[in-house]
Design a protein around this ligand. Structure first.
Ligand SMILES: Cc1ncc(COP(=O)(O)O)c(C=O)c1O
Length: 455
């Protein structure tokens, strides 16, 4: 018996799921399915498809629910946790680790939390739908001075992307978003489920292991007027390859001339160069021309606030009155989704950003994280050279940010996991932030063995 009452998925969600399944299934003309982060397609289609069920399967109304595949990135940690080997190394997820391999809570964050705890006037009331006003003001870029930006506190970078995408799907005339190929594995899912149609633009050139700038310009030039374009503000994930400032300027000119709408994803500000201002240059170029854009910011990596889920969506508009109306509509997106955001993480960020001394301490700690990652790049590069590992590994020191896109293929990755207990995404991306001088030799041995022995 088909019983509509046991199916919680409405027609519009069903349509979005079908669109996502089609997209991930490779129907798409330029599907990112070639990136291994996009998961085994058949099983993913199967897993996200709504279950058309008869009431009882094995005694449960949910008996027909199929097992979903693990998330391609977070699943790496699940596999790592199950491995009893003492030499195992997790280079999958993009989370910073100390030289001792431990998660790091920044000292400045501890200080801010202490201040918050000691302030007995603080209460646990609901925040407004748009979040903590001071956090929003301090997070927004200088366009705030012109009052032409609507900034809302969201659930870290992912939540900011999702709220921005939902807003665009409802209020923007062009529903197509172009994302770089490859990109963070969650991007196509976030945008498709929000109701946008996802296409890709060329970004990475595997032969040079650098930017395919010509391909990028050609694809953006061929996109329809008004299309949305997702840009990684800095430290592109997974490739570690960013445009130069001159190239950003060319991208800006092309996008403005074609009225393409920039949607910046800023998840790693400070991690590329160690400097917050230098890493914001791309976004600031687009703000400075007076045009419009969206920016999703995350404090997960640069303040180490991963689990606090603190981020911001800014929609920079041409004029203050437009920004006001945009903010009113953002509230309508957020209210039925999670009502209002959590208070603790945003209070930590506001405490640090408002105080010059704490802010300076943050920049020093951030630079130390970025510098440790850069030193890991040099250690790994030297270790491969000293082993005489075949191939040109200079991209390890040229790429920037948290990740190195090694160029190792799926078989080589599987070999390294099987034989050396090294865990990484199957596209060959390694998190440099997860390495230490103790684990680099083991990784270098594994890479050496993989490229000299694996098929
Ligand atoms: C490119 C990119 N965007 C956004 C995010 C979102 O991170 P979070 O939601 O933890 O802030 C990540 C996290 O890995 C990322 O790599």
């Amino acid at each position: 018996m088909e019983d509509a009452t046991v199916r919680p998925i409405g027609p519009s969600t069903g349509r979005r799921l079908s669109a996502l399944a089609r997209h991930l299934g490779g129907d798409h003309p330029a599907s990112p399915s070639s990136t291994s982060e996009a998961a085994p397609m058949a099983s993913l289609n199967h897993a996200i498809a709504p279950s058309h069920t008869s009431a009882f399967h094995g005694g449960s109304v949910f008996g027909n629910v199929v097992q979903a595949p693990e998330d391609p990135i977070l699943g790496v940690t699940v596999a790592y946790n199950k491995d009893p080997s003492p030499v195992k190394v997790n280079l999958g997820v993009g989370a910073y680790r100390t030289e001792e391999g431990k998660p790091l809570v920044l000292n400045v964050v501890r200080r801010a939390e202490q201040l918050l705890v000691n302030d007995l006037s603080r209460v646990k009331e609901y925040l407004p739908i748009t979040g903590l006003a001071e956090f929003n003001k301090l997070s927004a870029n200088p366009a705030i001075q012109e009052n032409r930006v609507a900034t809302v506190q969201c659930l870290s970078g992912t939540g900011s992307l999702r709220v921005g995408a939902e807003f665009l799907a409802k209020h923007y005339h062009e529903r197509t978003i172009y994302i770089p190929l490859p990109t963070w594995g969650n991007h196509p899912k976030v945008f498709t489920l929000a109701g946008l149609s996802v296409k890709t633009y060329r970004y990475y050139d595997p032969t040079t292991r650098g930017l395919n700038f010509q391909g990028l310009l050609e694809d953006l030039n061929a996109s329809p007027t008004g299309a949305i374009v997702l840009l990684h503000a800095c430290a592109h994930n997974p490739t570690g390859v960013d445009p130069t400032v001159e190239q950003w300027e060319q991208i800006r000119q092309l996008m403005r001339s074609k009225e393409l709408l920039p949607f910046f994803d800023s998840a790693y500000q400070g991690f590329a160069s160690g400097n917050l201002d230098a890493d914001a240059q791309s976004v600031r170029l687009f703000v400075a021309d007076g045009g419009e854009l969206l920016a999703a910011q995350s404090y997960a990596k640069n303040m180490g606030l991963y689990g606090e889920r603190v981020g911001a969506l800014s929609i920079v508009c041409r004029a203050a009155d437009v920004a006001g109306r945009v903010e009113s509509q953002l509230k309508l997106v957020i209210r039925p989704m999670y009502s209002n955001p959590p208070i603790h993480g945003a209070s930590i960020v506001a405490t640090i950003l408002r105080d010059r001394e704490l802010y300076n301490e943050w920049t020093v700690e951030l630079k130390a994280m970025a510098d440790r990652i850069i030193s890991m790049r040099h250690l790994l590069y030297d270790a491969l050279r000293s082993r005489g590992t075949p191939g040109d590994w200079s991209h390890i020191i040229k790429q920037i940010g948290m990740f190195t896109f090694t160029g190792l293929n799926t078989e080589q990755v599987a070999f390294m996991t099987r034989e050396y207990h090294i865990y990484m995404t199957s596209d060959g991306r390694i998190s440099m932030a997860g390495l230490s001088s103790r684990t680099v030799p083991h990784l270098a041995d594994a890479i050496h063995a993989a490229v000299t022995r694996a098929v």
